[in-house]
Design a protein around this ligand. Structure first.
Ligand code: FEO
Ligand code: CA
Ligand code: CA
Ligand code: CA
Length: 544
């Protein structure tokens, strides 16, 4: 509609310095609180981790670890700015809240230890509320509070169900996420290999899993195999005027491709349940970025674009000459289970680790290419060998349509530090500097936010301070540091209330003493991955 291209907003915060230390920094005039940490109670009646190590019956009910992608869902009948549901991914266990040793070895683990480790991945759904003073808390024992873990049974939808069967036990490595127009959560399995339980077959992992956080739609949760199997980062959708949509996805592989899935059907806005199988039938495409700034979406359909028996997978040609491998695509299930190979066969462009994708209100699409130290052969969309700091690409679909089969793209920025002499590390950012963009989201008022996941052991990246969250001006491409995380963490996950006055952000894998060193937190507990709440003290939208 006509409002789609109008973006107007204020950005008035003073940037935070490139700090290094064991706390969370936000600009003057903002507050930050810890909301929800690994080991906190979730399911009604759960026992929280308070320093005593618990068995799997208990860990299955408390918060998993390594909080990552998340989304805030409105609850019917509630003021959405004061009460709602947060669905939060747990990418990996925080072993320090599970085992006295603080570690885990899949090769020697007992069945009970495996069960405990697998309880700490998946997602949490928590009901959250804001009190009259503006402070947010988890609604204890809410009937909405749920865990879906590495031990839960999931349904299987789409063409690969013919191979996988009707159910799979567990989901894991729940990295980033997305949501649908019909109010379901899409949690993304970043790994195709169940390293936490090698007794399980591999084909069951590496999918997008659809879950109804309100637990109303029958048959949920479901592994949606039509969306392909790869190292899924997140999903972001674009809706067309005719209620047709596309779901965009990155493969965080070194390298990996960019995909979109276009359901055959259209979104039904008046009947929520009518959308329950929309993600089971449609066309999966891989992106080809041409040198001249154009691009194509290539259908990954068995029998087309070389996807036949005896196909030749060229392999990872970005690292130099490879030995091609023969692979059979006899069915669409073969294409979906081996999506990475299918994409290479069909001519998809191998990108420098596509992490999050976001669709802005003006229908511009952005993707973070976080880094790829192994790149030796460049192309126009991945222009740096040994791409240590990553870049961001933006594209627009032909006619701004989710159904487009072509697009126009450009490099939005090259991350890096202008103080470094090496051309491949310098970057071209106007303003503040950063490395390894990962989370990216354009909020509904049009502010572009980027979160970083630079290696904290890398002495070069230490010039950037701790991992941070930035605002980036879409016109000037200047960046401004909004939030700095504590020692050892990456910043990931961004959810907000509709008024944009509350941001929820995840602090993943801190290694110091945070958040135990913050007022009001148990000083005896180890560092824990946590969801924090950021608010503007004068009640304006975040960033304004
Ligand atoms: Fe789990 Fe690609 O970050
Ligand atoms: Ca990530
Ligand atoms: Ca990352
Ligand atoms: Ca991570």
């Amino acid at each position: 509609d006509s409002d789609d291209n109008e973006v107007s907003y204020d950005v008035a915060f003073q940037q935070v310095p490139a700090n290094v230390g064991d706390q969370v920094w936000v600009p003057e005039g903002y507050t930050v609180d810890v909301l929800f940490s690994a080991g906190d109670a979730v399911v009604a009646g759960a026992t929280a981790f308070t320093g005593t190590f618990l068995g799997s019956a208990d860990t299955e009910k408390f918060a998993g670890g390594n909080h990552d992608g998340m989304h805030y869902f409105e609850l019917p009948g509630q003021d959405p700015n004061k009460r709602g549901l947060l669905a939060i991914n747990h990418e990996f266990p925080d072993y320090r809240v599970l085992f006295a040793s603080g570690s885990y070895d899949a090769a020697t683990a007992t069945d009970e230890q495996k069960k405990i480790a697998l309880s700490a991945v998946g997602i949490s759904v928590i009901e959250v509320q804001k009190d009259d003073d503006g402070n947010w808390s988890v609604v204890a024992d809410s009937a909405h509070n749920k865990r879906y873990t590495g031990n839960t049974v999931y349904n299987v939808g789409g063409p690969a169900a013919a191979v996988l069967g009707d159910t799979v036990v567990g989901m894991l490595n729940n990295c980033a996420s997305g949501h649908t127009p019909w109010g379901t959560y899409l949690t993304c399995e970043e790994s195709t290999d169940n390293y936490l339980d090698p007794t399980q077959p591999e084909e069951g992992y590496g999918w997008v899993v659809e879950i109804d956080p309100r637990n109303e739609l029958t048959g949920m949760p479901v592994k949606r195999t039509a969306l392909g199997r790869f190292d899924h980062e997140n999903t972001a959708y674009m809706m067309g005027s005719d209620n047709r949509l596309a779901v965009y996805m990155g493969d965080d592989g070194t390298p990996g491709c960019i995909y979109k899935f276009v359901p055959s059907g259209s979104y039904n806005a008046s009947d929520r349940a009518a959308n329950a199988h929309l993600l089971d039938e449609g066309t999966l495409y891989v992106a080809k970025f041409n040198a001249d700034g154009t691009g194509q979406w290539i259908p990954l359909v068995q029998g087309q674009n070389g996807l036949t028996a005896g196909a030749t997978d060229p392999g990872n040609v970005t690292q130099g000459a490879q030995t091609p491998v023969t692979i059979d695509f006899n069915t669409q299930a073969d294409v979906l289970i081996n999506t990475k190979a299918a994409a290479r066969v069909a001519g998809g462009t191998l990108m420098d680790r596509p992490e999050w994708i976001t669709v802005a209100p003006d229908k511009k699409i952005y993707v973070t290419l976080t880094n790829n130290g192994g790149r030796q052969v460049t192309d126009e969309a991945n222009p740096r060998v040994t791409n240590r700091h990553g870049h961001i690409i933006t594209w627009t679909e032909q006619g701004n349509s989710p159904l487009a089969t072509s697009f126009n793209w450009e490099i939005f920025l090259l991350a890096g530090d202008p103080r470094l002499a090496d051309e491949h590390l310098k970057g071209d950012i106007n303003g503040d500097t950063f490395s390894s963009p990962d989370g990216i989201l354009v909020d509904p008022e049009g502010r572009l936010w980027v979160q970083t996941d630079a290696s904290t052991s890398d002495t070069v990246t230490n010039t950037f301070g701790n991992n941070s969250m930035y605002y980036i001006d879409q016109e000037t491409r200047a960046s401004r540091r909004f939030l700095v995380g504590p020692t050892g963490c990456e910043i990931t996950g961004l959810a907000y209330t509709p008024d944009l006055k509350t941001f929820f952000v995840n602090i993943q894998h801190p290694t110091g003493t945070w958040p135990s060193n913050q007022p009001g937190n148990n000083a005896a507990l180890p560092a824990r991955s946590s969801t924090i709440v950021v608010r503007h003290e004068d009640g304006k939208p975040i960033g304004a």
